[in-house]
Design a protein around this ligand. Sequence first.
Ligand code: AMP
Ligand code: MG
Length: 439
Amino acid sequence: MQPWASNYGGHQFGHWAGQLGDGRAISLGEVVDRVGRRWELQLKGAGPTPYSRNADGRAVLRSSIREFLCSEAMHHLGVPTTRALSLVATGEQVIRDMFYDGHPAAETGAIVCRVAPSFIRFGHFELPSSRGETDLLGRLIDFTIRRDFPELRGEGATVRADWFGEVCARTATMIAHWMRVGFVHGVMNTDNMSILGLTIDYGPYGWIDNFDPDWTPNTTDRQHRRYRFGQQPQVAHWNLACLAQALAPAFGSIEPLQAGLQRYVDAYTAADRANIAAKLGLVECRDEDITLMQDLYEWMAAAGIDMTIFFRSLSDTAAVMLTPESFSDAWYDLTRRPTQEASLRTWLDRYRVRLDSDPQSSEKRREAMRAANPRFVLRNWLAQQAIDRANEGDESEIHALLDVMRQPYDDQPGRERFAGRRPDWAMNRAGCSMLSCSS
Ligand code: AMP
Ligand code: MG
């Protein structure tokens, strides 16, 4: 093998951060599978690279378990993502100050082997552009198009314009999936944005339990909440604008870049409408359905309702049977129930009226809703339980979780404990509701 690490830059938390690079990612090579797809194999946490700067190039077991489990869970949820092939503990200790509060401690080191057709990020284009290396930038663009977007035909400026539009459309698709399943990436810096529109770099991510568009799992982001759940579509647009700016010297005209950014807006708007229709079980999303969904989200936030449980209960109950009792499992704060239940009743009445004008049979509706509203997601506290056990030498919970997450849309009798609300103990526990970038 001739392993390599690659060099890239990035905008972090809204500011240009200069050169970053694969500080702890080492690519081993590429394999072509039986159906001709090319996969790059990359070790994360295997030690220093030319771009490690002052850091150790290592990764700890807790964050490696989180990356391994979540990337697989996302794949099975149908969300574009890098995947994980293996997870090993290295037997070495790694020192981390988990909360950046002056308490460094030794932790178990680990390595995930992750897999994707390409690990090229927005930041790979930003770096040469920032250095005025326009020729290198152009070669990287053409290489990426040829290797990773072979379906794009044409030459020169035309194919470059098509390519940027495609990157924008794929990013929109990815973000719409995140919003559908309640995933919060936590560190949407441009160095963590894949040019293929894959979810990449699982760090202080989290999953929505009680619906709250302002929630961010990342303690480093607690003050400004730049990467909060509800802002992810806007942040992706901002990141694409950074990419467009970086690409401009290789484009000659900014018109195709502006067109690409507009394609993001259009693709996201369309995908959002498709999400609304699918989550509510409607054949199509009409303009008034956007308000219907918005009102539901506002109610869920005010009432403190579990997003996953709510939508799954909505999917599983026949329209005529829907009452507030259908959602008994979804409340986090029962003291809110007496005051909030009336609004739910009103919303359900509106929803039922809307369903009456939808041509779909109730079986078809149920089927479609169950395919859009997962029963199982990788709730933060589930991953943390697997981590706690693994730290005691018992890896069985990792396997149990992986198994459940392989069929996230199926009811899995006997595995209800993986579908429950966040327990009280997880409210303020490290790893469950608060995560730092230290990994
Ligand atoms: P992240 O916030 O994890 O996306 O990382 C941002 C940058 O820091 C990337 O260039 C990483 O490769 C680098 N980095 C993070 N942790 C380490 C580490 N332990 N050793 C070397 N580089 C690291
Ligand atoms: Mg990163």
